[in-house]
Design a protein around this ligand. Sequence first.
Ligand code: UN1
Length: 490
Amino acid sequence: MAQHELRDGAPVYGNYINGEWVHTDATFEVRNPANREEIVAHMAVGGPADVTTAVDAAAEAFKTWSRTGALERANILYKAADLLVQRSAEIGRVLTREEGKTIKEGVGEALRAANIMRYYAGETLQPNGDHYPSANPKTMLYSVREPLGVVGLITPWNFPIAIPVWKTAPAIAFGNTVVFKPASAAPVCAMLMAEILEDAGLPKGVVNVVTGPAGGVGNALVDDPRVAAISFTGSGVVGNRIRIKAANRGAKVQLELGGKNPAIVLADADMTQAVQQVVAGAMNSTGQKCTATSRAIVDRRIAAEFTDLLQQRLSTLVVGDPLDEATQMGPLIDDASADRLMKEIAAAKETDAQHVMGGDRPDELAQGAFVTPTLFTNVSSDSRMGQEEYFGPLLGVIPVDDMDEAMDVANSVKYGLSASIFTRDLGKAMRFAREIQAGMVHINSETAGAEYQLPFGGYKGSSSYSREQGKAAVEFYTQTKTVFMDEPLA
Ligand code: UN1
C-alpha cells in the first residue's frame, strides 16, 4: 500500500503516472462537505504536461497489456476486488468524508465497486467474436473484438468509487490502458482505486490518474490524438463540448449526462411502496444522482393524500453528519451547490407551486452544505422545477388527470435517463414501458439504482446513444476485426 505524506493531518496525493506518485508544486484541498473545516486530502494540480506524460505511459503500457492473456487480466481484477472488500470500511469512510453521502451508502458503494470488478474479470473469458460460414467452404471467417488503445475517462464526484471502477474495470479487462481524470470535488477514492490496482499486480502505466482543473487536465485528455476514446459522466454542458471535440478528431465517445426523472403514481398504486420508493429515489445521496427522482407525477384524485404521506415520511429523515450511522441524509457536495439550490427554492416559492416543507439550511448544521429535504406540490410541468435538473434533495409533485397526461408530462423534458411508474394495472405498466422516453424503466421501484450486468444510459439529452456497464461495455471498449483465412494454394 502506498504511503502518502501528511499535511495538516491529511494525505498529499500526487498524480499517479506510470506507477509513480508524481507531485506538483501547487495542490488543491478536498474538504468534507459536512464540515468545511476538515481537509480530507491535498491533491495535485495537474495540467496538460501531466496528461501528456500519462498518455505516453499508457501508450507504452498498451503494447504489452493488450497482449496479456485474458486470465492474467481477470486475476488482477479478482485480486483488486478482494482488496476493495478488505478495505471497504476505510474506503466507505473516505468516500463519505469527501462526498457527503451516508456511511451506509459509502461502504455499499465500495462493495458495489468490488462486484463490478468481479463481473468484468468474468467477462474477460466470455466469447469475444463470431465465426461465420463463407461463400468458399474452405475459407474461415471470423470476427474478434480487440481493444481500442489508450482511453480517457472523466468521472463525476457523486459516485467517487463506483463510476471510476465501472469505467476503468471494463477498459482494462478488454486490454485498453487508461488515463483518468476524477472530479476535483471528490477525487480521493479514485486514488485509492489506483493504489488497489497496483497492489493487485496491475503493471505500471496501465492505469494513470491525473487530478486538476477540467480546463487543463480534461481538455488535454480530450484533445490528445493518441486517446482513442473518451467516456464521460457529468453535466450536459461539458458533455456536449466533449462530444464536439471528440467528433472533430474522430475519437469514440460515450456520454452519461443529466436526468429529470419522473415517478408516475397512479390511483391504484400500493401507497406504502410508492411513498417509500419515491422518497428513496429523491433523497438518497441527498438527491445527487443523475438517476434521482425529481418529479412525482400523481393522479389528481390521490395527489393530496400522496403529498401528505410524502411529507410525513420526509419529516422522519434524519439529516446530519453522514459518518453517524443514524443519519439518513447528508449534505450537498459543497456550499456553492447548496446556495444554488436555495436560490431555485426561493424562486419557486414565487411561482404557483406550493411549498410543502424543507428547503432550509439548518443552523445546527451550519458547518456543512446541508439543505433539508424539500417538497413542493402543484408544480406545473412547464415551470423550471418541472423541467430543470436541480441535483439536490428536492421533489416536485405534479398532479395530472389521467394516464395520457401523465405520459405527456413524463416525456416533456429534454432528458430521458430513468423513469418509474407505481401501479397494479398491468396494462398501464406495459404501456408505460413502451411509451416512456427513458433508457432505464422501473415498474414499482425507484428511478435510481443501476445493476452492473445491465446496459445503463439514457434517451434524449441524457446520453449519447451509448450505454455503459454489462455487455454494452464490450461494445464501447473494443473494436471489431473481421478476419478472412484461406489455405495456401500449395
Ligand atoms: C445509480 O443510480 O445507482 O452519475 C447509478 C449518476 C449515474 C449513476 C447512477 N451515472 O448519478
